[in-house]
Design a protein around this ligand. Structure first.
Ligand code: SAH
Length: 372
């Protein structure tokens, strides 16, 4: 059992079971033993790989998108490029390199990074040491200064804690993490139903909600509606709200028991893009998409970018570029590090833009043509 597992068991033995949301928040964010607080989880020797770590093309295209979004916002004299959960800083470094191609945009930029992990903050500092723009770190989105901003979040919302409710004859009851008879961590259900949840569903159904994601989107969308901002959210998830739970744990590129080793495995849940959209609209902003990551990158010209890169590459590098392209854009199965199979990111991952009302479609998003 991990150190954090021991702490959690002791705390549950004294104070009683924890909501799933609290368990997830502690497993990822405990100041001393939380998953993100203690390690750099990316890459072949880590637990998972994200799109910016697959290829520089990803961050470069996001940088070009940001330049277009800035123009659509009226090219404000100063603009904050804000990234939530920047990991190793790879996406931002690639985006800024591409942004140099739009000198007026590059000159207008201040970078703000929202990050809670000291280990990853250090990694970001290294990646951006020669970025050529001012970089400021914050631990909460609320601390990012007001004013025109472009928010980027790749694989950030999947790390936001989720609440689970289980349908019982008494109503929807919060799912809890408690102790089994042998003293291990185990799931249970509160005896007290949540009276505001009324949805009809068979007993045993699970509802997964992320109030924290709702809160963060609300903060961003209010700024978008009032201060000339835009946001790009990229993550894996679904476009319609449905029943069922998606909480999963990954360690060394493999699925493991979410309660098995708290703090030692990554915990994520699929992002409910319909719920994010409702939060954005309720705060007075508009949305474009979601579209699949494959569609988004193809429309931004990833094929041409891959061809340009291959023009300067060795045979081996060209093969790696082809592989990265396939992985980012298609839905095929890939054999990842350690022989683990993973699915291409093209269809599972979705891209959502949050924009001021009446914004023309930004690159990567097309206006739906109604059937006649
Ligand atoms: N965007 C990066 C990293 C994704 S992993 C990439 O695509 O490679 C999730 C990131 O969110 C990590 O940097 C993690 O430390 C950060 N994070 C997790 N919870 C957070 C929180 N509550 N506030 C800010 N950052 C958080």
């Amino acid at each position: 059992m991990s150190k954090l597992g021991k702490i959690l068991r002791e705390s549950i033995a004294i104070d009683g079971p924890l909501p799933v949301e609290t368990f997830m928040a502690v497993a990822l964010g405990h100041p001393e033993f939380g998953y993100y607080m203690t390690r750099d989880p990316f890459g072949p020797s880590g637990d998972f790989v994200t799109a910016p770590e697959v290829s520089q093309m990803f961050g470069e295209l996001v940088g070009l998108w940001a330049a277009e979004a800035w123009a659509a916002l009226g090219s404000p004299e100063r603009v904050a490029l804000v990234e939530l959960g920047p990991g190793r800083g790879t996406l931002m470094a690639d985006a800024l390199r591409a942004a140099r191609g739009s000198p007026a945009f590059f000159a207008a930029l201040d970078v703000h990074l929202v990050e809670t992990s000291p280990v990853l903050t250090e990694a970001q500092r290294r990646s951006l040491a020669r970025a050529g723009v001012p970089v400021t770190w914050h631990t909460a989105i609320e601390d990012v200064p007001a004013g025109p901003s472009i928010f980027i979040a790749n694989e950030f919302f999947d790390a936001m804690p989720v609440r689970h409710y289980v349908k019982t004859p008494r109503g929807w009851c919060p799912r809890l993490v408690g102790l089994t008879e042998t003293g291990a961590l185990g799931f249970g259900v509160s005896s007290e139903p949540e009276h505001h949840l009324m949805a009809e569903a068979p007993d045993g159904s699970v509802l997964e909600l992320s109030p924290i994601s709702h809160q963060i989107i609300s903060v961003i969308a209010q700024r978008i509606a009032s201060q000339g901002c835009a946001a790009l959210v990229i993550d894996y998830g679904h476009v319609e709200t449905g029943l069922g739970e998606t909480l999963q744990a990954l360690k060394n590129h493999r699925s493991v028991d979410p309660l098995g080793e708290p703090g030692e495995a990554d915990l994520t849940a699929h992002v409910d893009f319909a719920a994010l959209t409702r939060s954005a609209l309720a705060a007075g902003a508009d949305v474009q998409g979601p579209v699949t990551q494959g569609e988004f990158l193809m429309r931004l010209g990833i094929e041409q970018r891959a061809t340009a890169l291959k023009g300067k590459a060795t045979l081996e590098q060209a093969r790696a570029i082809d592989q990265a392209f396939e992985r980012l854009v298609t839905a095929q199965t890939f054999v990842g590090p350690g022989g683990a199979k993973s699915l291409g990111m093209g269809a599972l991952f979705k891209v959502l833009a949050i924009v001021p009302r009446a914004t023309a479609p930004l690159p990567g998003f097309v206006r739906e043509v109604p059937d006649v």
